[in-house]
Design a binder for this molecule. Structure first.
Ligand code: GUN
Ligand code: ZN
Length: 429
């Protein structure tokens, strides 16, 4: 049975970071026709009603219909330690993250946190995440089992760490990382809406043998994505230099093992050398901007303007729990603030695109998710543009959709998410 969802509609016909706000299309009384988990039509409400008289109508009033948010870099195992005080990256990993990740050897803990994590992201309007797991295969099983149960398009991989820089109990080997990753990949990749991601945590916690093994695995399965971290903090970069004296730069520690190419996702990518920028662009790798994390852990200011103008492929992400929020609205607000500190005011259309189509494009899934268009998967959210008194009073002054949307971007949270559909099924309100 077809469902016709009515409301304001926001969708993209191009990239506003390149073409400006005109790349977006807004209808103040539009609709989205959904059937069989897919979007069948998008248009004006009256036209769709006339053309599809048998469809069940869900009228969301003046709520704004959009594609669900896509979070291109998260660590679901860090759900319970989000907002842990007072540390920068390396101390934060050792003090909070690694002890928590050890607990994922227990499948029941992994299952509990996976379920809690998806509850939290869905109420925030995020319908696709790309997550790290822990070194434990059980953590991957728990993530994919929960995503499958909820019908989500989801990406994840076993986090691999075999160097003695990682604590005992949280280390695999080059061999076991390859074998376990391959087994999990064969089990989950392409099953329903799930995708496996080859996941070396970052150069400081992998040996060259492990990076080489994972480079070989990725070469065997080139339609998988590969995710890791790059140039997040200056102390981390100095550490990489000391561990890899022969490498030209941080990126080279990955490049020499076949881990740079289309489908590679590099989280953070803040303090890049000119050679690294050029190589990343030429490889068409994705850079994932994690603004709440970059301010919370004190990492630095991502060069959105320079990298976007340079033609880099960029996604947006919470980096839960280094990031301080599960909300992509809060993440867009932080992206705005970080860009302002670099003298670039990101437009609401650019922020919204980054949180939907931009992140989908970073995951090379822009033809499936992250937009409202016929044939796309029906992951849809309805946004209340007056979800709190502060936002409501500001929105009454709005002269157009961007002025109406921007207060929600800057001040909104899960209260702004009025409804969520995953593959056409309504899941949270
Ligand atoms: N670098 C390596 N591991 C991590 C992680 O878990 N979080 C963040 N923010 N950076 C990392
Ligand atoms: Zn991360």
């Amino acid at each position: 049975m077809a469902e016709l969802i009515l409301g304001q509609v926001l969708r993209f016909e191009g990239n506003p970071m390149v073409e400006g706000p005109g790349a977006a299309r807004h209808s103040s009384r539009g609709g989205v026709l959904v059937e069989g988990g897919l979007i069948r039509a998008v248009g004006e409400a009256d036209d769709l009603r006339r053309a599809h008289p048998g469809a069940v109508v869900t009228d969301m009033g003046d709520a704004l219909l959009s594609a669900g948010f896509v979070d291109a870099h998260a660590h679901y195992p860090q759900t319970a330690i989000i907002a842990s005080w007072g540390k920068r990256l390396i101390d934060w990993l050792n003090s909070y993250t690694f002890p928590e990740e050890m607990r994922f050897a227990d499948p029941s803990h992994a299952a509990e946190i996976a379920s809690r994590y998806f509850d939290l992201v869905l109420v925030n309007g995020t319908t696709t995440v790309c997550s790290y797991c822990t070194i434990h295969p059980e953590s991957v099983e728990a993530f994919f089992a929960e995503a499958a149960r909820r019908g989500l398009r989801a990406y994840a991989g076993k986090t691999c760490m075999d160097r003695d820089t990682a604590p005992e109990g949280l280390r695999d080997t080059a061999r076991s990382a390859y074998d376990d990753s391959k087994r999990l990949l064969q089990q989950w990749h392409g099953r329903g809406r799930l995708s496996y991601v080859v996941t070396p945590r970052f150069s400081p916690t992998s040996t060259e043998d492990q990076l080489a093994a994972l480079g070989a695995l990725w070469a065997e399965y080139p339609d998988c994505l590969m995710q890791t971290h790059l140039s997040e903090q200056t102390d981390e970069i100095a550490w990489v230099k000391s561990l890899y004296p022969e490498a030209r730069d941080y990126l080279d520690t990955y490049e020499r093992h076949g881990l740079v190419g289309p489908g590679a996702l590099f989280g953070h990518a803040i303090h890049l050398e000119p050679r690294e920028r050029e190589r990343l662009r030429e490889a068409d790798a994705s850079l994932i901007h994690c603004p709440t994390s970059n301010t919370f852990i004190g990492s630095g200011l991502f060069d959105m303007d320079g990298l976007a103008r340079g033609g880099h492929r960029i996604g947006l992400a919470t980096d839960t729990g280094g990031g301080s929020s599960f909300s992509m609205l809060r993440t867009m607000a932080a992206a705005y603030e970080v860009a302002q500190l670099r003298h670039r005011a990101l437009h609401a259309s650019e922020l919204w695109w980054l949180a939907t189509q931009g992140s989908a494009r970073a995951l090379r899934a822009e033809g499936r998710i992250g937009n409202l268009a016929p044939g796309m998967e029906a992951d849809i959210i309805a946004i209340d543009l007056a979800s709190t008194p502060a936002i409501a009073q500001r929105a009454t002054r709005a002269g157009d959709i961007w002025e109406a949307l921007f207060p929600t971007i800057m001040m909104g949270d899960d209260r702004a998410i009025r409804a969520v559909w995953v593959a056409g099924a309504r899941v949270a309100a």
